[in-house]
Write a protein that binds this ligand. Structure first.
Ligand code: FAD
Ligand code: ZN
Length: 488
């Protein structure tokens, strides 16, 4: 009933969006309301170019009060909203997706950029949703603190987007995902009311922990406007190494051995197959092969303990593993620039893949102990589906999270290759599920994986998700068509 009314109102707004646009312009000022196609263009396409949408306008509130007024005006007009942060998401979540007769407005957090407070003694930072992740890392460092969230898109993604996608990245092993870093949230609900849960408390047992609902909700339950996040002491020293191992099973053994020997100082443990490295060497200017000889599998690991012994500890440990034959070869960064070069190579894989033709991508998680089995079984299945495809497997081994991608084989046309996407994904996701895993470890569901959400999280789990959506957004105006199919 409510839904039908909404569509009707939406249709009216589609016919004449004028009054709503006028209202939005008067809330944010004309410079923060984009309506012409040329200015809108960059906000309509996803980073990989896989999704493209249409929007009536993009509105950029500059304060929480403006954000609440914007959402309220859209809600009253029955017009759907698409929250957008840095637009670095990979599942089409921030891209509008208007159905005919149902216009959408992009609500961008690009002007919500203030760091409201950095409380060094409380180890917290309170920032508005549009703060770029790298800027928060810098602000924390200037106060001699660490904000540990770190990922390839950190120069453009925003904390609101990180929270809404519960971003992972390279330090999850030690500090957890974004969810583990959020203490408080401020959210504009789909009807324009403000949920003010902006508390910097580590202990707060006062009923349901409502902020958790909005973390990882991909903009479907409200617009995050600010967050209070945890900070940590900066490590006393950092050591980074790239080592070659025989196969993923040797990498898992090395992972356990490293944790046992070096404890909580282990901050990152990334697995890369040769093809991932190869793509970076071929497509990223200035990239150099890190070892003299090529190997099938590599591990990039980083030690960041409180004390100053990282380099010596990692060197001694890896030396021992090499003598034991568990590590085939390796290099230990001797300077910050060498360390950066190793991480640049790791972070450049996604960019390099873009240049290497079409890709079929998966972002799965399985228990760490089953990563080897996953890679073996999924590779065989994927190659059955697309003979000759190139398996690019890399990711956060310490979190059991593998980006398992297939690149277009030379003898198959782009479209014919991409037509295989669903068949390959069904096999790969099925294998992850069988191994107790997840079809989406860190990139979320968005538009891309909403059918899988129903398939793998069906039954009571899906019903609960649907009823939460219905409770918070009964008119279905907040990022419709994301997480759940529109007709669901
Ligand atoms: P957007 O892309 O703008 O939005 C993402 C989702 O959140 C959308 O559904 C959007 O509607 C919603 N949203 C955005 N802002 C808000 C808000 N204020 N309130 C409510 N909803 C909102 N991700 C990882 O987890 N780990 C990685 O290691 C990683 N590496 C990446 C590397 C590269 C090169 C790239 C391009 C992406 C990578 N990503 C990774 C994916 C992406 O960067 C993350 O998902 C990031 O957290 C998205 O932030 P964003 O600000 O760009 O959000
Ligand atoms: Zn990742």
């Amino acid at each position: 009933m409510v839904k039908m009314e909404t569509v009707k109102q939406g249709t009216a707004a589609a016919q004449d969006p004028g009054p709503l646009l006028e209202a939005l312009g008067s809330i944010v000022g004309p410079a923060s309301l984009l309506t012409d196609p040329v200015s809108l263009e960059p906000y309509l396409t996803e980073w990989r170019g896989r999704y493209r949408g249409q929007a009536t306008a993009l509105v950029m509130p500059g304060t929480t009060a403006e954000a609440a007024a914007v959402v309220k005006a859209c809600a009253q007009a029955g017009v759907a909203m698409v929250p957008q942060g840095g637009n670095s998401g990979l599942v089409g979540g921030a891209i509008p997706h208007a159905e005919p007769g149902r216009p959408e407005i992009i609500v961008s957090t690009g002007r919500l950029k203030r760091i409201r407070e950095l409380d060094a003694a409380n180890y917290t930072l309170t920032a508005e949703a549009g703060c770029v992740l790298a800027d928060l890392q810098t602000a924390a460092a200037e106060a001699n603190r660490l904000f540990p969230l770190s990922l390839g898109a950190e120069g453009s993604c925003q904390i609101g987007g990180n929270i809404s996608s519960n971003a992972g990245g390279i330090n999850v092993l030690r500090y957890g995902t974004t969810r583990d870093l959020v203490l408080g949230l401020e959210v504009v609900l789909p009807d324009g009311r403000l949920f003010d849960g902006l508390r910097g408390l580590r202990k707060d047992n006062t009923g349901y922990d409502l902020k958790q609902l909005f973390i990882g909700a991909e903009g479907t339950l409200g617009l995050v406007t600010a967050a209070t996040c945890k900070l940590y002491p900066r490590p006393g020293s950092v050591a980074t190494a790239l080592v070659a191992v025989r196969d993923p099973s040797a990498a898992i053994e090395l992972y356990s051995a490293t944790r046992d020997a070096l404890g909580e100082g282990l901050a990152a443990f990334e697995l890369l197959n040769r093809l991932s490295v190869q793509l970076v060497l071929e497509h990223i200017p200035g990239a150099r092969d890190p070892l003299d000889q090529s190997y099938d599998w590599y591990v990039l690991l980083e030690l960041a303990p409180a004390g100053d012994s990282a380099q010596a500890d990692l060197e001694a440990f890896l030396g021992g593993r090499m003598e034991a034959g568990a590590v085939l070869d390796g290099t230990l960064a001797q300077s910050e620039s060498q360390r950066e070069a190793l991480w640049r190579m790791r972070h450049a894989i996604s960019e390099a893949e873009k240049h290497a033709g079409a890709g079929i991508k998966h972002d799965v998680a399985v228990p760490v102990s089953r990563v080897d089995e996953f890679i073996r079984t999924a590779s065989a299945a994927a190659l059955q589906e697309v003979p000759g495809a190139l398996v690019v497997a890399f990711g956060h081994l310490g979190d059991g999270n593998i980006h398992f991608n297939l690149n277009q084989p030379a003898d198959l046309e782009r479209e014919a290759f991409l037509d295989r996407w669903d068949a390959v994904a069904a096999r790969v996701h099925g294998i992850a599920h069988e191994l107790g895993g997840s079809f989406s470890a860190e990139h979320g569901v968005g538009r891309m994986k909403r059918d899988q959400l129903k398939e793998f999280r069906g039954g009571v789990e899906y019903e609960l998700m649907r009823s939460l959506k219905q409770t918070l957004d009964p008119s279905g105006l907040m990022n419709p068509g994301k997480l759940f199919p529109p007709a669901d």
